[in-house]
Design a protein around this ligand. Structure first.
Ligand code: FAD
Ligand code: SF4
Length: 524
């Protein structure tokens, strides 16, 4: 007998007042969609549809996280005695599965908490219209700010800067403030203290994160994903991601007790063979709504007030949740759908095929890509300053890279992924989100990681067989965009340095960069 039997769930009441639609990233018991839920008149609808795993080539860990968490949530609701109409994995789209459920259950109204993704909202809205059913769309209370709050803040601003939005959020939600409303410690931002590399010996022995061994439901999902999505990237042998609120809270509590102290200073550091370091590993749980961000922010602030965390580390973590996470959501919803197509730097190179296999001699990329495929995880600086940086310097088409980031990570959902990829990492929005492109040579990676020791390339090498491809492409990027950035307040100095190179050196850089492009981004 299967551990998950949707046909044994309480059946939907007849007549059915509300059919409450719950999407794979809305697994929140306190969701607004349940506000007036009456088990005597209402039912929940959940569906596993192949299109959600194939519209981008989703990795096996990502598919498994979603399906396992959905099944656990459905069981929890059914155990409350709520009727759950659950469609186990089938071909087709959400809209098609909804039409079939409506024909079966004949609800008077559909209820939905606002979806995270623009695409899904359009699809469900259109389907409700086609079915001639009212759709009661409710705010997602999981977030600190509504999209309306963000839009009001962004109104009239030419550039949106996270730092100012973050300060406003700190004030509004009274986070890390003194009694008279000033930032604790006198500064809003302690980023400078949070960029420490490991020494040459690396981080040493690290406390292991408290992952959860898969239970019977999760093991069944793993088998299903292996069989049904056998050709999809990624592996499932080490799967331990949280798929219930209690597993997610246990991972977070363990982080706070054992790993959070070093999170702040080493937030940007990277080390070979160490995929997790001091990161909290909670993005998938937050995005699926297994965790409540207010609760995490309060726990971290309380830990600082109790003297268990340094202020810089606590502020650094809170900035990610209260600042970046809320800010990128606001950017996404105020810029869609045009944001999907922007390409300010006119980048046209295809995504290197080896991003799907990690088969490259460049050690930093090999390590970052391998752990991505193994665990569905890489930390922020690996995404921004290794895989994202290489694509930016090579000139990869931003939309191709977007599809890759949306496919490979367990935490990948479009509203977070797209602004991070298009805006922060690729500067494809021309500076709306980030004041300058995050460009660097291999020397940055050498400083912040242990990857370059033992790589066949030399981070300082610009041309020749031992030149680090990041470094060659860094100078080539500046040369290709020289006119655009010569007067840019934060890049003009780098353009000036480019102009110090002699013409022969510039010619060699251009030839070597072209060779890299001609060989799918691989050094020859
Ligand atoms: P930690 O390093 O421990 O940080 C704590 C939390 O802060 C994260 O769990 C996350 O919820 C939040 N956070 C941190 N940085 C950001 C950020 N830039 N934007 C929004 N929230 C942030 N994050 C996603 O949740 N989903 C994505 O699809 C995603 N795609 C990304 C693509 C690119 C190109 C880049 C550069 C970043 C992306 N991020 C994404 C942001 C960030 O890299 C991940 O949230 C983080 O690495 C997740 O690991 P963690 O939980 O251990 O985070
Ligand atoms: Fe990466 Fe260059 Fe360092 Fe090699 S030398 S690990 S390619 S940055």
């Amino acid at each position: 007998m299967s551990a998950f039997e949707p046909q044994t769930f309480p059946p939907a009441p007849r007549p059915l007042r509300h059919l409450v639609l719950v999407l794979g990233d809305q697994l929140d018991r306190a969701s607004s969609a349940f506000d007036d839920f009456d088990p005597a008149q209402d039912a929940v609808w959940m569906a596993e549809v192949a299109e959600e795993s194939t519209h981008v080539w989703s990795s096996q860990p990502r598919i498994a996280v979603f399906l396992a968490a959905m099944r656990h949530f459905a069981v929890e609701l059914a155990e409350r005695g709520w009727a759950v109409d659950y469609t186990p994995l089938q071909d087709g789209s959400l809209a098609e599965a909804l039409a079939a459920a409506v024909a079966r259950l004949q609800p008077q109204q559909l209820v939905l908490t606002a979806p995270g993704d623009w695409r899904v909202l359009q699809q469900l809205r259109q389907q409700a219209r086609a079915l001639a059913l009212p759709l009661d769309l409710r705010d997602d209370r999981h977030f600190f700010a509504t999209v309306r709050d963000f839009a009001a803040w962004a109104e009239g601003r030419k550039q949106l800067r996270m730092e100012y939005f973050y300060r406003e959020m700190r004030r509004r939600h009274r986070v890390l403030l003194t009694a008279d409303g000033e930032p604790e410690g006198g500064e809003w931002n302690y980023d400078e203290a949070n960029r420490v590399p490991f020494g040459p010996q690396g981080p040493g022995i690290l406390p292991a994160p408290a992952f959860s061994p898969p239970d019977a439901i999760t093991r069944e999902v793993i088998d299903l994903v292996r069989e049904r999505f056998a050709t999809h990237p990624g592996r499932l042998d080490d799967f331990g991601w949280p798929v219930t609120p209690s597993q997610a809270q246990a991972l977070f509590d363990d982080w706070l007790a054992h790993r959070a102290q070093a999170f702040g200073p080493f937030q940007d550091a990277m080390w070979p063979g160490q995929p997790f370091l001091y990161h909290a590993l909670i993005a998938s749980s937050l995005n699926l709504k297994l965790l409540e961000p207010r609760q995490l922010v309060a726990q971290v602030e309380a830990a600082w007030r109790a003297g268990r965390l340094p202020l810089a580390g606590a502020e650094g973590f809170i900035r990610q949740i209260l600042g970046w996470r809320e800010y990128v959501r606001g950017v996404y919803w105020t810029q869609m759908p045009a944001y999907l197509d922007v390409n300010a730097l006119d980048a046209r190179q295809p995504l290197p095929a080896w991003y799907w296999s990690a088969d490259t001699p460049m050690r930093c990329l090999r390590e970052s890509l391998s752990q991505t495929l193994q665990h569905g995880y890489a930390h922020h600086i690996q995404r921004l300053m290794v895989t994202g940086l290489y694509a930016l310097l090579l000139g990869v088409e931003p939309q191709a890279l977007h599809r890759w980031y949306l496919a490979v990570y367990v935490d990948a959902v479009e509203w977070v992924e797209l602004p991070n990829t298009i805006g922060m990492s690729q500067w494809a929005d021309g500076g709306l989100l980030a004041s300058k492109p995050y460009i660097a040579s291999g020397q940055y990676i050498a400083k912040m990681s242990g990857y370059c020791q033992g790589c066949r390339f030399k981070p300082a090498g610009v041309t020749g067989p031992e030149a680090c491809p990041f470094t060659t492409l860094y100078w080539d990027f500046l040369a290709r965009h020289e006119a655009r950035f010569e007067k840019h307040s934060r890049l003009a100095l780098q353009v000036k340095n480019l102009r110090r190179l002699d013409p022969e050196q510039r010619r060699r850089i251009q030839i070597q960069a072209e060779q890299l492009r001609a060989h799918d981004g691989q050094p020859v």
